[in-house]
Design a protein around this ligand. Sequence first.
Ligand SMILES: NC(=O)c1ccc[n+]([C@@H]2O[C@H](COP(=O)([O-])OP(=O)(O)OC[C@H]3O[C@@H](n4cnc5c(N)ncnc54)[C@H](O)[C@@H]3O)[C@@H](O)[C@H]2O)c1
Length: 342
Amino acid sequence: MEKGQGPRKVLITGTAGFIGFHLARLLLAEGFEVQGYDGMTDYYDVNLKRRRHAMLLQNPNFKAVEGMLEDQARFDAMANEFQPDIIVHLAAQAGVRYSLENPRAYLDANVIGAFNVMEAARRLEVKHLLMASTSSVYGANELMPFTETEKADTQLTIYAATKKANESMAHAYAHLWSLPTTMFRFFTVYGTWGRPDLALYKFVAAILEDRPIDIYNHGDMYRDFTYVDDLVRGIRLLIDAVPVRPVDGVVPEGDSLSPVAPFRIVNIGNSDKVRLLDFIDAIEDCLGKKAIRNYMEMQKGDVPATWADASLLQHLTGYRPNTDFRDGIARFVEWYRAYYGK
Ligand SMILES: NC(=O)c1ccc[n+]([C@@H]2O[C@H](COP(=O)([O-])OP(=O)(O)OC[C@H]3O[C@@H](n4cnc5c(N)ncnc54)[C@H](O)[C@@H]3O)[C@@H](O)[C@H]2O)c1
């Protein structure tokens, strides 16, 4: 991108996290100036987060501030100094299962924290605010693939409920302050530098260490596994797809654009429903080793399947994620073995 052409300064929250790290890397490679903000929470291995930030800091166009989203003064000071054109808000208390154990962490980070980000975006009049929601907001919806224009009113966990609350809050701010806002609904993201609490990471670690893996609902589960490089490519392209409040409230067919605000919700998923047992078979093939399988009942709050309709993303950007899960697993395993020397 040439200097002076379009917005170049992007504030990303959650840059020490899995997706934030990958997005920052991509934007830095494209010549953006990136300000990171992350609280380095101990939800999982903080060393992994520090390693991600250390890699980003090798690029002179990346700066980072450590701080919690709930610390409004700290967040505002950082944002005021940087003066972003764009904010991509990815920091959150993530994880479906942990939200049964510690629901308050989700309210603090995902409701109060997200509100502080929205307030800063309004005050600084950013050109585009983009925030992470999740496929979990589809909750008990059964009509698949999931489309953004379907109602999503049956969240099954506090995690999903806080993300749905973000969508409503962001819609109100987009309406009140004409703040162009895009909410992403991500579908089961996996890949290199991944999250230790997610299935692929846990399975690979356990298989290599001869520990059993827990397989919920006896493996009769389906997920739309989305490779992280594809996901951040989708985010990158959506940065340029700034929503505009429709004239006379007329919304094009198939678009989730609000009739009363510059606000849109976009699925980012692979549009491929993969059976968990096939995913595990592929991990075993890649490792050349069988898992010790511990078949379990369905977990409270879990859903048997997720599957994205990604046609809106394709319509807006010309792009759709397409990594085959076997290729994605192979890339993850290669990274994992190199990272841990196993
Ligand atoms: N990974 C997935 O499969 C997936 C799926 C759907 C949605 N999402 C959403 O995508 C976003 C990024 O997820 P991720 O997988 O990179 O998770 P992650 O946990 O790796 O990254 C989140 C980062 O936010 C930071 N953070 C958490 N709470 C904070 C707080 N209160 N203040 C400041 N920093 C805080 C953490 O330290 C972490 O580095 C999240 O909003 C998550 O809910 C992820």
